[in-house]
Design a protein around this ligand. Structure first.
Ligand code: G16
Length: 543
């Protein structure tokens, strides 16, 4: 069948954010909107003609229609083989693994991650390169530039390809290979963790719950936790992916996964609970009465990595995104390995992973992973914790407290302020950037600001520089405030304020982070000028 060139006009708002292009579903439903963006990737992302590509999504509303559009455009651009997860499903870490395993030229991930789904919700497209990692900034810049002047896209006329059954279909000369989305990923997990130990833990009276939040990890958790590790089916909560995620936000944080927090604070909590997000790359870990802060979780994984099969070769180095708590820095010091501080966004870890400088990294936004893929990986983190509990014979709470006793605690929490007017949000951030250098020496109730700057990242592998990645304010007691604007929202602006206080007194170790950080919160709000500029007094979320 012949490729046709469809005349189009640019949509000028296709600027990729922290992780690809995210917009409301109705924006993506405009004629040619998705095809335009895909064509700009095909024109700039490398050589795809004659190659294999991977595609799948988190099962949200519009996923299947978008996949059919991708099939038409991929065939129009001469792709040889498109590997698609059955029913259009592929978790983000599973897609990253498949790209590497199949030596594919890249992958298209149709997801808006933790954002809400449904006809009034959000949709998104992320492109990962042949490394399995997210497109670097240089590529997303080139794609965005192309979207400003695109005048045609290529596609073939094609009836919808059946994605419900595994097998191969000839789609105008391109093979569409529908695969089981779970098996390759599950097989990878078997090589990284001691499944026998976890199976014995499950059989020995341990109790757990995993909340898939009606998103993509349901089938993955069923195969790995239930079928391969023997967990009873009722340990899996909300295990069926739904186009609107059952009406919730598929975001594993204490607010959106409040049901799990309530369960763990209840009269008879299980020993362990965890949740993952829309596309399966985030994780939240809980013990009875305790949510493990992502920065603590990352530090604990680093401190214990050598006990885990996947880290038999040791820890080569670690990295955290800049706003993430510096708990892992303490561990790196003890291990004698480098600790890199990168901007927010998983893509900044990818060069370090590819270059072998690190093999463990994570972020405050509930993301952790290693060099087994080039994405954060929710179920991987859950299995790591389960494996650790099985090996050490300690509870989640005991492991956390043991860690704090040895390394001290970096009490961390985040406040999100939603500013409906995006331009005002930009102005607020610009004011903060301008005032940062002058903050040094200011005193607040005995706390002195020792340093304040606008974070810029110099990538040690390719030499690129990423400027204006947030404002950091440091205090003389080791505390820190960070400000940045979210890069994943689809309307307005969200100011994120990250608060971190170093705690070593034994009597304070277990106090809630929000309580420990209350004085810092007051300082952060005052310095931000948010009330004066926007009239907004209260955050929409404290996590
Ligand atoms: C995405 C990126 C993450 C990043 C997060 C930050 O997460 O993949 O690397 O930490 O955004 O979000 P924000 O810019 O809103 O603070 P995800 O899970 O949405 O893909």
């Amino acid at each position: 069948m012949k490729t046709r060139s469809v005349i189009t006009r640019p949509y000028l708002d296709q600027k990729p954010g922290t992780a690809g292009l995210r917009k409301q579903v109705r924006v993506f439903q405009q004629p040619g909107y998705l095809e335009n963006f895909l064509q700009c990737i095909f024109d700039n992302g490398g050589k795809f003609a004659g190659e294999t590509l991977i595609a799948g999504g988190d099962g949200r509303y519009h996923n299947l229609e978008a996949l059919q559009a991708l099939i038409r455009v991929a065939a129009g651009n001469g792709v040889r083989r498109l590997v698609v997860g059955r029913n259009g499903l592929l978790s983000t870490p599973a897609a990253s693994h498949l790209i590497r395993q199949r030596a594919a030229a890249g992958g298209f991930l149709l997801t808006a991650s933790h954002n809400p789904g449904g006809p009034d919700g959000d949709f998104g497209v992320k492109f990962n390169t042949a490394t399995g990692g997210q497109a670097p900034e240089s590529l997303t810049r080139a794609i965005y530039k192309a979207t400003q002047s695109i005048d045609r896209y290529l596609e073939v006329d094609l009836a919808p390809v059946d994605l419900d059954l595994t097998g191969e279909t000839d789609a105008a000369g391109m093979i569409v290979e529908v695969i089981d989305p779970v098996l390759d990923y599950a097989d990878l997990m078997v090589t990284l963790f001691d499944f026998d130990r976890i199976r014995a833990l499950f059989a020995g009276g341990f109790t757990a719950r995993f909340d898939a939040m009606h998103a993509v990890t349901g089938p993955y958790a069923r195969e790995i936790l239930c079928h391969r590790l023997g967990a009873p089916p009722d340990w899996l909560l909300n295990g069926t992916p739904l186009p609107d995620f059952g009406g919730g936000h598929p975001d594993p944080n204490p607010v959106d996964a409040g049901n799990l927090v309530a369960l763990m604070n209840g009269a008879v909590p299980p020993d362990f609970a965890a949740a993952s997000d829309g596309d399966g790359d985030r994780n939240m870990i809980l013990g009875p009465g305790l949510v493990v802060s992502p920065g603590d979780s990352l530090a604990i994984l680093a401190a214990n990595a050598q006990r885990i099969r996947g880290f038999r070769g040791g820890v080569s180095g670690v990295a955290r995104s800049m706003p993430t708590s510096r708990a892992i820095d303490e561990v790196a010091r003890k291990l004698g390995v480098p600790c890199f501080e990168t901007p927010t966004g998983w893509r900044y870890f990818c060069n370090l992973l590819d270059d072998g400088r690190i093999n463990l990294c994570g972020e405050e936004s509930f993301g952790t992973s290693s060099d087994h893929v080039r994405e954060k990986d929710g179920l991987w983190a859950v299995l790591f914790w389960l494996n650790l509990i099985a090996i050490r014979g300690l509870s989640v709470n005991e492991i956390v407290q043991d860690h704090w006793r040895e390394f001290g605690r970096n009490a961390f929490n985040r406040e999100d302020f939603f500013i409906p007017d995006a331009e005002l949000g930009g102005r607020l951030m610009a004011n903060l950037e301008a005032s940062a250098p002058g903050l040094c020496g200011r005193m607040f109730d005995g706390l002195e600001i020792t340093e304040a700057d606008v974070f810029a990242y110099h990538d040690p592998v390719d030499g690129s520089i990423s400027a204006q990645q947030g404002v950091r304010v440091f205090f003389d007691d080791g505390s820190r405030i960070v400000y940045r604007l979210s890069g994943t929202g689809t309307s307005g602006a969200t100011l994120r304020i990250y608060l971190e206080r170093r705690v070593t007194e034994p009597g304070s170790l277990c106090r809630p982070a929000v309580e420990l950080n209350a004085p810092l919160s007051a300082i952060a709000r005052e310095l931000s000028g948010i009330r004066e500029l926007t009239g907004i007094e209260q955050p929409v979320a404290i996590v």
